[in-house]
Design a protein around this ligand. Structure first.
Ligand code: 5GP
Length: 123
């Protein structure tokens, strides 16, 4: 597990050094619109604690933080109309997952048909 880099862009957003378009905020969780949305709804949800990725968060975070994070994500899905027609929740991790920002985040994406999850490899 790589060590947490506190200069990553989401750490800077959490410290208020960079603005964000907040969608929801609790004691443990912040959610904001992606700066480069891939669909009509593209929200990023992040825990306020310093966790590198999915595995790190779910291994180390107290249960209250984990529960708060997922309940906040579910509430956003309902609030933004994603539960009606469906949506995708994605988390990228590490090099193979092509994770750009090394602070755990969940992409909540919807508002249009999204196609298959992964492109099929060329035959
Ligand atoms: P990853 O590839 O790490 O799963 O996704 C990182 C996401 O963060 C990308 O979708 C990218 O558009 C988004 N992002 C990168 N920098 C910023 C920023 O400064 N503000 C916001 N709101 N999103 C960002």
């Amino acid at each position: 597990m790589p060590t947490y880099d506190d200069q990553n862009i989401f750490a800077r957003i959490l410290r208020g050094e960079i603005p964000n378009d907040t969608v929801a905020e609790t004691d443990h969780t912040l959610a904001f619109n992606d700066i480069t949305p891939q669909a009509p709804v593209h929200v990023l949800a992040i825990p306020k604690g310093a966790y590198v990725d999915y595995a790190d968060f779910h291994a180390r975070a107290p249960e209250a933080e984990i529960a708060d994070f997922h309940r906040t994500c579910a509430a956003i899905c309902a609030d933004r109309g994603l539960t009606e027609n469906g949506f995708r929740a994605i988390t990228n991790a590490g090099a193979h997952g092509v994770q750009e920002v090394p602070h755990f985040h969940l992409h909540l994406i919807g508002g249009r048909p999204l196609g298959r999850m992964l492109a099929r490899p060329e035959a």
